[in-house]
Ligand binder design. Structure first.
Ligand code: PAF
Length: 282
């Protein structure tokens, strides 16, 4: 695997390949890689001639400086993992390289999409995500970019960004990978203490029960159930549980039938914020 930290070197390597009609698959990450990330690399390798992964802990998408500080960083392990699945290129820039003028947040507007759910609880988060993804897309110029569906709203924001940029990049959402007890894989999981990790295993169970309740008794009953369940687990703090149209992410009050929905949750286990979602149809 070739590793670049400078934009000019990466582009010097990629541009002759691009002119030679090689398709470039791109997997942007913030490192602390897990099997979910590797599944994105594998998905890219299946359909693209060359796979580029980036590792950059983007300061502009953290609205809490403590969250940025404690975000896990495991570069050596990440490099070994990427090599084990045959990733072709790793781009690991520093903050100066990505934001030479200083890491000032650029503002984006995605209508209601960046104001609800994560956008409401982490103001400015999606502008930071859009800022770095736009910059990375302009640097790598991929044909396809692969994103995990655990960050369901992020995938929709990135699709909207590509439209705004008018860039010929296909956004490929990939399935959530889960631990044997059902917990969605996340870089943040390694920050959980053993007892918090045990508590976190309740999240997928609550989600499954909630989705059953939605179909049997309706959305309000499911919301009430989730809020109560989370309140009764020690060290847990509820942020939201919403049911949205899976295509538009518009929050739903009632189910209309014959539609695909997504139930989304965000909560804290101790100091660690976890998100998850389940897509379901009636
Ligand atoms: O999902 C992530 O890891 C990040 O939000 C991303 C897309 C790499 C942008 O920093």
């Amino acid at each position: 695997m070739l590793i670049f930290s400078k934009i000019a070197d990466l582009q010097g390597y990629l541009s002759p390949l691009k002119s030679n009609n090689q398709t470039i698959g791109f997997v942007p990450t913030m490192g602390a890689l897990h099997k979910g990330h590797l599944s994105l690399i594998n998905a890219s390798k299946e359909v693209c001639s060359l796979t580029v992964c980036s590792i950059f802990v983007n300061p502009t998408q953290f609205n809490d400086p403590k969250d940025l500080e404690r975000y896990p960083r495991t570069p050596e392990k990440d490099i070994n993992m990427l090599e084990s699945v045959g990733c072709d290129v790793l781009f690991m820039p520093g903050v100066e390289e990505m934001y030479p003028g200083g890491s000032k947040k650029e503002l984006f507007d995605f209508g209601y999409l960046d104001k609800i759910l994560e956008g409401a609880f982490r103001p400015g988060h999606f502008s930071g995500v859009a800022q770095v993804v736009k910059r990375l897309f302009e640097i790598v110029k991929p044909d396809k970019a692969f994103f995990g569906s655990k960050d369901y709203q992020q995938v929709m924001i990135v699709k909207a960004l590509v439209k705004q940029m008018n860039a010929p990049i296909e956004i490929v959402p990939c399935p959530i990978l889960r631990e044997p007890d059902g917990l969605a894989m996340s870089s943040r999981n390694i920050l959980l203490s053993p007892s918090e990790r045990a508590i976190a295993s309740n999240v997928p169970k609550i989600m499954e029960s909630a989705v059953k309740l939605i179909t049997n008794t309706g959305i309000d009953a499911a919301k009430f159930f989730v809020q109560n369940e989370v309140a009764n687990i020690p060290d847990c703090r509820y942020d939201y549980f919403e049911v949205c149209d899976a295509d538009t992410l518009e929050p739903c009050k009632n189910l209309e039938g014959r539609k695909t929905y997504v139930a989304l949750i965000a909560l804290f286990v101790g100091r660690i914020r976890l998100i998850d979602n389940l897509v379901f149809s009636l």
